[in-house]
Design a binder for this molecule. Structure first.
Ligand SMILES: *[C@@H]1O[C@H](CO)[C@@H](O)[C@H](O)[C@H]1NC(C)=O
Ligand SMILES: *[C@@H]1O[C@H](CO)[C@@H](O)[C@H](O)[C@H]1NC(C)=O
Length: 750
């Protein structure tokens, strides 16, 4: 294979994240609250110096990035710069927090003791401490700037950030994105599967082809085919990806077969029995998507005999894989080799995306450039969609030409080539979108992301800025939609979260996934995201990790990973308590986002993370949230979904003026809101409001919450005191509220 040359634009991509970080910090330095607070502390000059130094670095950064490719010194300088930038961000955050704290009036309340415990410090002490911290950071940046000046870097005018035309409608468009050129493949495969009906043994059919060719898409078309759906008595889809663990696979198959959880011990014998029982000689189709395992024994000795003995006649297993070897290990039928799209199909797929916004008179020239670009995409649907999506953001002929020239060798193919197309598309993202995209690397492959949850995590990390009249949430939605449109995200779908306890749907959510090549790309552009699994071999690497997701099974491995961590900004941890985890929370004073299932109250109390913007305690066992939550003045998102035992919100919750999202789905025992709830007038999402008769707890509290959107459930309407009360709530004027559920008497489904 020919060697692939990285186009020049691709080089600067990883470091652009540093630029985005610096810009974020510089932005924070000019924040009104920070300005006011530093002035009050007599640190105005220091703040201004910080601002200037950051600007000085910013304009040389592009050149430093180039230099760091070959110069180890510059590279390590950049690493240091990043870490100091994070430190500066935290210091500025302290000023912001203090301002918020002073704004929130400390009145007489039952929680006063707690509050004064948490926030006890004299203004003088604060000034002293902050002066020290700020000067310390300044010293470090100063040193870095001095070093930088010895590099002889050139300044560059910061590249004008291209403002993308924000598209409003593409969630619908994505769904109608047609699949081109796969009808014949589908027909062949479907016929093949149905033809096996008299076969006693279970057959295995691989679908092979390179990444981005659409193997999964084809498998999905086949799986959803009406004939296939009717023919098989049991239909199961499992994405294998990197994890070909026999036990995990068996468990997953059992779970798919019974549509429920399988909590069984890891012994083959037990699992085999269970498998026999649940499949029960029914005719099944099992899709194993994206298999990489080339260890023949794992398949031949264990899985194959098991799976092949339990199914009824005509059962089939469809395997998608990039590897010829995997196919030859697993197949009992010759593989279906997926070909590249024909020129015509390629063109149609590309054009459907690329020419949506183009200006009429330029059309013919754009078409001829488009044709040449299509030729460089080698009939790979992912490449075509990505390029089409990218080009649709540009309308000028020169822009199209620049993209055509910046890119893509046209006489080599394989993974590297498609990666170069994906990278090209990435380099054209704005720096805030780059941060948002890189963050996706925190999720494992094939992870199903919840759109709004994801946006809230972006916001918590400060990746998103408000734009004119567009608030944070809306900006996040646009970025998300753009990602879907440009194929950074895919398979957008609405799923209903079901509440099994009360046997009813709880809420709807929009979900999506990432193509695994896109996931590779995200991993490629950042080293700040990790799962514990990936870290264990070299614990040292945790030092630079800012965003961490811990899979449940990996918690045991946590030992020793947490000590001395300060950079951690996002921690997405699943259930089960672990002592090291507790330790982690203690040392994670920089945390912006924390997610913990089944969160015990003791740890909840231990949270000392005043920088927290996002807190997810869903499905916890708590009856009452600790009052200490009310000093998390930065909190924007609080998720308490499925906290069935939760009876009351903390008394002083109205202090959390920055709160934008409050999720209370499935909190069936909540008796009332917290007093003066109406003060939380930043709320955009409030899922539930429980009316009570006492002062400050009535429906009139909704009056000021004019931003409420989506869906609101009103409970205990029987407790409304008067019609005037209800009128005061001004519900009819909440223009963005699209659904209102009203429950008169008590709560439903206790
Ligand atoms: C309602 O939503 C639109 C955008 O969808 C936004 O521009 C507007 O400000 C919102 N209105 C309120 C009162 O929040
Ligand atoms: C109801 O809300 C609208 C829009 O937010 C506002 O203009 C109006 O004054 C409110 N009415 C009352 C009675 O508060």
């Amino acid at each position: 294979m020919m060697q692939f040359i990285i186009p020049p634009t691709v080089k600067i991509m990883a470091e652009s994240l540093l630029l985005a970080l610096l810009r974020g910090v510089a932005g924070k330095a000019t924040d009104t609250l920070v300005e006011t607070m530093t002035r009050m502390c007599g640190l105005k000059d220091d703040r201004q110096t910080l601002e200037r130094l950051l600007l000085a670095v910013e304009c040389k950064l592009a050149n430093a990035e180039e230099r760091s490719e070959t110069n180890g010194y510059v590279k390590s300088w950049m690493k240091e710069l990043k870490s100091v930038a994070y430190e500066a961000d935290d210091v500025l955050d302290d000023f912001q927090y203090e301002a918020l704290r002073r704004q929130s009036k400390i009145g007489k309340s039952t929680t006063q003791k707690v509050l004064s415990y948490v926030t006890r410090r004299s203004p003088l002490l604060f000034r002293f401490e902050m002066s020290r911290k700020l000067k310390n950071v300044l010293k470090k940046i100063n040193k870095l700037v001095k070093e930088m000046n010895t590099f002889g870097l050139e300044s560059s005018v910061p590249r004008e950030e291209r403002q993308h035309p924000w598209r409003q409608t593409h969630s619908k468009l994505e769904e109608t994105t047609q699949i081109f050129g796969r009808d014949d493949d589908k027909e062949v495969v479907v016929k093949f599967l149905l033809d096996q009906q008299d076969q006693r043994r279970v057959h295995v059919l691989p679908i092979i082809g390179m990444g981005g060719l659409g193997k999964t898409t084809l498998a999905k078309m086949v799986y959803n085919d009406q004939g296939v759906q009717q023919h098989f008595q049991l239909k199961m889809w499992h994405c294998v990806s990197d994890n070909f663990d026999v036990m995990a696979l068996l468990k997953s198959i059992i779970e798919l077969a019974v549509s429920g959880r399988c909590d069984m011990p890891n012994t083959i014998e037990l699992l085999q029995k269970k498998l026999e029982q649940v499949i029960d000689q029914r005719r099944f189709i099992l899709v194993l998507d994206d298999v990489w395992n080339e260890d023949e024994r794992k398949w031949e000795d264990v899985l194959k005999p098991l799976l092949c003995s339990v199914g009824g006649p005509g059962s089939v297993i469809v395997v998608t894989t990039r590897s010829q070897k995997v196919a030859s290990i697993m197949q009992t039928l010759g593989p279906h080799k997926l070909a590249c799209l024909s020129e015509q199909d390629s063109w149609e797929l590309f054009a459907q995306k690329a020419y949506r916004n183009s200006v009429e008179q330029d059309q013919s020239e754009l078409v001829s450039i488009g044709r040449r670009i299509v030729n460089k995409c080698w009939g790979l649907p992912l490449a075509l969609k990505t390029m089409g999506g990218l080009l649709s953001s540009y309308q000028q002929v020169q822009e199209w030409k620049a993209i055509e020239e910046s890119n893509i060798r046209d006489n080599a193919r394989g993974k590297d080539e498609i990666m170069s197309i994906l990278k090209l598309s990435y380099t054209h993202l704005s720096s805030e979108m780059k941060q948002c995209f890189a963050f996706l690397a925190v999720f494992p492959k094939d992870y199903q992301m919840d759109k709004h949850n994801l946006i809230q995590l972006w916001i918590a990390n400060g990746f998103i800025q408000e734009k004119g009249t567009m608030d944070l949430t809306l900006t996040g939605e646009f970025i998300f939609n753009e990602f879907v449109w440009r194929s950074f995200l895919q398979d957008q779908n609405v799923v209903v979260k079901y509440d099994y306890m009360v046997d009813k749907p709880m809420y709807e959510m929009i979900v999506c996934k990432m193509h695994d090549l896109m996931h590779d790309l995200a991993k490629d552009v950042t080293d700040e995201c990790a799962s514990v699994e990936a870290l264990t071999p070299q614990k040292a690497s945790l030092k630079y990790v800012c965003h961490l997701k811990m899979p449940e099974a990996e918690l045991e491995k946590m030992s020793g990973l947490c000590k001395g961590r300060t950079y951690l900004r996002t921690l997405l941890a699943p259930s089960k308590l672990h002592k090291d985890f507790k330790e982690l929370v203690h040392v994670s004073t920089s945390l912006r986002a924390l997610h913990c299932y089944h969160y015990p109250i003791s740890i909840c109390k231990a949270i000392n993370a005043k920088r927290l913007r996002y807190l997810d305690l869903s499905y916890s066992d708590i009856a009452k949230l600790p009052d200490s939550i009310c000093v998390l003045y930065n909190l924007q998102t609080l998720r308490l979904i499925g906290c069935r035992k939760l009876q009351q919100l903390p008394r002083d919750m109205a202090r959390l003026r920055n709160l934008i999202h409050l999720y209370l789905y499935g909190c069936y025992h909540l008796k009332s809101m917290s007093p003066n709830f109406g003060l939380l007038n930043n709320l955009h999402i409030l899922t539930t409001f429980v009316v009570d008769t006492k002062d400050g707890l009535g429906i009139e509290q909704l009056k000021g919450l004019q931003h409420l959107s989506n869906r609101l459930e009103l409970l205990n309407l029987n407790k409304i005191k008067s019609g005037g009360n209800a009128k005061e709530a001004n519900l009819s004027q909440k223009q963005n509220l699209s659904e209102l559920f009203i429950i008169l008497l008590g709560q439903r489904n206790r």
